[in-house]
Design a protein around this ligand. Structure first.
Ligand code: PAF
Length: 282
């Protein structure tokens, strides 16, 4: 595996890979866990070579968020990617990604969908994500890029950006990888203390219980969302949002909606956890 920090070296390495066939790309913020490694394996299944980036993107963190505390484990990440047979690791320093100040940086805004849910709680977050992903796509120029469905809204924001800006990149969404007790894998799980870690699986358990109510005939989506919030707050979370929405638009379900997604974000101590559950309705 070649590790590069500069765009020129990245382009040179990727040109060599492109000559061998399709190039898949997995953008990450590092601190890799089994969820990320699943994305890498999916990338490998769909392409001839795999490029991974590790960059903790300051543009997607709010002023009071965990940018400084965000876990950085580059050496361990490098070893894990090497073991997965990744071809190129792109780990740029901040000044390579943002040679101009963040205020001067051109941004990519995906309207409407970016303002909902996580976007309402974290103003500017999705513009930060869309901008860095656009920039990384221009640097790597992959045929395919792989994202986890745990960040469901992020995946939709990126799909819209690619569609609206006619970017020649196929986007693949991969199912969330979970701990044996159901907790979605996330770098932010490290912020949980032992007692909170015991409570955390209730997030997914509550989503599953809500889906069971839908299977039994529940169709009052606001009532279901309220029920989720009450369950989570009762278990010790501070629910940020809980919604039941159309899986394609993230707007309230209509008569035509056949695929729904329950989206939740909830604080547990210092950790803001997100999760979701997709379901079909008839
Ligand atoms: O999902 C993430 O880890 C980040 O939001 C991403 C897509 C790597 C952009 O910084």
């Amino acid at each position: 595996m070649k590790t590069v920090e500069r765009v020129e070296a990245l382009r040179e390495a990727v040109a060599g890979l492109r000559a061998r066939g399709r190039v898949a790309f997995v953008p990450t913020m590092g601190n890799l866990h089994a969820g990320h490694l699943t994305l890498v394996r999916e990338a490998r299944r769909h392409a001839d070579s795999v490029v991974v980036s590790i960059f903790v993107n300051p543009l997607q963190f709010g002023p009071n968020e965990d940018l400084d505390k965000y876990p950085r484990t580059l050496e361990a990440d490098r070893r894990a990617l090497e073991a997965e047979g990744v071809d190129v690791l792109f780990a740029p320093p901040v000044e390579v990604m943002y040679p101009v100040s963040l205020e001067q940086q051109t941004r990519v805004e995906v309207p409407e969908i970016s303002a909902l849910y996580c976007g309402a709680s974290r103003p500017g977050h999705f513009a930060g994500v869309a901008t860095v992903v656009c920039k990384l796509f221009n640097m790597v120029q992959p045929d395919l890029a792989v994202f986890g469905k745990k960040d469901y809204q992020q995946l939709l924001v990126i799909r819209r950006m690619v569609r609206d800006l006619a970017m020649p990149v196929e986007i693949l969404g991969v199912d969330t990888v979970r701990e044996p007790d159901g907790l979605a894998m996330s770098s932010r799980n490290q912020y949980l203390d032992v007692a909170e870690r015991g409570i955390a699986p209730r997030l997914y358990a509550t989503l599953r219980a809500a889906a069971a109510r839908v299977a039994e005939g529940e169709r009052d989506w606001d009532k279901l969302a309220d029920w989720i919030r009450t369950e989570l707050d009762g278990a010790g979370f501070r629910t940020d949002y809980a919604v039941v929405v159309d899986a394609a638009t993230l707007l309230p379900p209509t008569d035509k909606s056949s695929r729904l997604v329950i989206l939740v974000a909830a604080w547990l101590g210092k950790a803001r956890l997100i999760d979701n559950l997709e379901m079909e309705i008839k």
